[in-house]
Design a protein around this ligand. Structure first.
Ligand SMILES: Cc1cc2nc3c(=O)[nH]c(=O)nc-3n(C[C@H](O)[C@H](O)[C@H](O)COP(=O)(O)OP(=O)(O)OC[C@H]3O[C@@H](n4cnc5c(N)ncnc54)[C@H](O)[C@@H]3O)c2cc1C
Length: 384
């Protein structure tokens, strides 16, 4: 086992999660409903404000504390996807917002009076190629007018604020290809009354994701974060934290699957002995455990480098890929270990199996991570 840090935080998260058992998540899953009570409990416990500096009402904890929180949520069989975005989208405001913006928004977010859960980057026509996004923000006096469409904007119906990436200068008019995009903090309560429409997308797991349309939506110019045209850089700077935190969730998932499979393999008797006595059952469990421990080391190394202020894109990307793979391997193993019962909703395995599959694709797909490693670590030609 790798050394786990922040043991007190882990214990209090585990205590909180014990109040949200499998029956709670199964009921939500069957209704595709949002875990409002769970998110409210996390907010009340201060967990979602863990990384907001104390000066703005948060706990001012390092990234490794957020890693511990999200890992424990998933290890307990719960799902942080309903609330995790606040932990990393907040960083865009914290690192690139003005003092006035931070003073206005961060204390409200830390206190749980405002939710910053929506992150509007992906569009139907751009996908992984973020720079080709087509949503525009046109300057109009003290306002910008936003038009376009976002897709996979998760939690939009359960958020007051959205971090939005939109084009402020046409692609052909910028000097460098990464320029021309800007970041806005959109107050969705206002936008919903001024041309913004949200439509839920039904997915294979309960994820509260949506499509969002902007029809000439006014956004005050004072809500632009940082310099006009530099938004892509700001979003990129937050991606390492996002990847490390999602990787932590995957490690939690993997541990849940391994614990569940080990317990079942010890108890389930077939041919007069526990199935776990067969190497065909115990080896896949042991292999999943080894892969999880290795991925966990990379998550800790990525978090260490992030906290030390070192460049950590390779570690963050590798952590995300290895942890997502470890979780997926563990999910598959757990289902197989349970035989037919793995498919029964009451065992929670099929639900977690569906949930953890997402991390092969979002927030960045495995192929794009491999392309990053090939190009930026190994010096191979850019493939796209
Ligand atoms: C449930 C869910 C929630 C999400 N939440 C959010 C959110 O809150 N906010 C947000 O902005 N986005 C969100 N996303 C979007 C997510 O980040 C994208 O789905 C992801 O980045 C992949 O983009 P895409 O789906 O358009 O796939 P595409 O870019 O169309 O890629 C399709 C496939 O082709 C592969 N591919 C593409 N280009 C290459 C290449 N050059 N080389 C090799 N393979 C390639 C990809 O790896 C992938 O397997 C969410 C997605 C899902 C499914």
């Amino acid at each position: 086992m790798t050394r786990e840090t922040h043991s007190e935080i882990r214990e209090s998260v585990a205590r909180l999660c014990a109040g949200f058992d499998g029956a709670y998540w199964r009921d939500l899953d069957s209704r595709m409903a949002y875990p409002a009570e769970f998110v409210a409990a996390l907010t009340a416990g201060g967990f979602l404000a863990a990384m907001i500096p104390q000066a703005f009402g948060g706990s001012g904890l390092p990234l490794s504390a957020a890693v511990a929180i999200l890992e424990e949520i998933h290890r307990a069989g719960c799902n942080a996807a309903a609330a995790h975005a606040q932990m990393y989208t907040m960083g865009t405001l914290l690192r690139h917002g003005s003092e006035a913006q931070k003073a206005r928004w961060l204390p409200e977010i830390a206190a749980g009076r405002l939710r910053l859960q929506a992150f509007g980057v992906t569009e139907p026509g751009s996908g992984s190629d973020t720079l080709s996004l087509a949503t525009t923000a046109r300057r109009d006096g003290d306002l910008y007018r936003v038009s376009g469409q976002k897709i996979w904007t998760s939690r939009a119906e359960h958020s007051d604020l959205m971090i939005l990436l939109a084009r402020t200068t046409p692609r052909e008019a910028v000097a460098r290809k990464g320029e021309g995009l800007s970041v806005f903090l959109v107050d969705m309560r206002d936008a919903l009354m001024a041309g913004m429409t949200i439509r839920p997308i039904r997915t294979m797991m309960n994820h509260a994701t949506t499509e969002v349309w902007f029809d000439d939506v006014p956004v005050p110019a004072e809500n632009r974060i940082g310099e006009e045209g530099q938004g892509f850089r700001y979003i990129l700077s937050g991606m390492n934290a996002e990847r490390i935190l999602i990787a932590a969730e995957c490690i939690g998932d993997a541990k849940w699957f391994i614990a569940k499979a080990s317990a079942y393999a010890r108890e389930r008797q077939v041919f007069g002995r526990p199935i776990g006595a067969n190497q065909g059952i115990q080896f896949p469990i042991a292999k999943a455990h080894a892969a999880t421990c290795a991925a966990e080391l990379m998550v800790h190394e990525a978090a260490r480098a992030y906290e030390a202020g070192e460049p950590c894109a390779p570690q963050a990307n590798m952590a995300k890929m290895l942890a997502a793979d470890a979780a997926w391997e563990a999910a598959n193993m757990c289902l197989q270990t349970h035989g037919g019962f793995g498919f029964a909703a009451d065992f929670d395995i099929e639900r977690k199996f569906r949930e953890t599959r997402l991390y092969q694709v979002a927030p960045v797909s495995t192929n794009l991570i491999l392309a990053h490693i090939a190009e930026h670590v190994l010096g191979l030609p850019r493939s796209y």
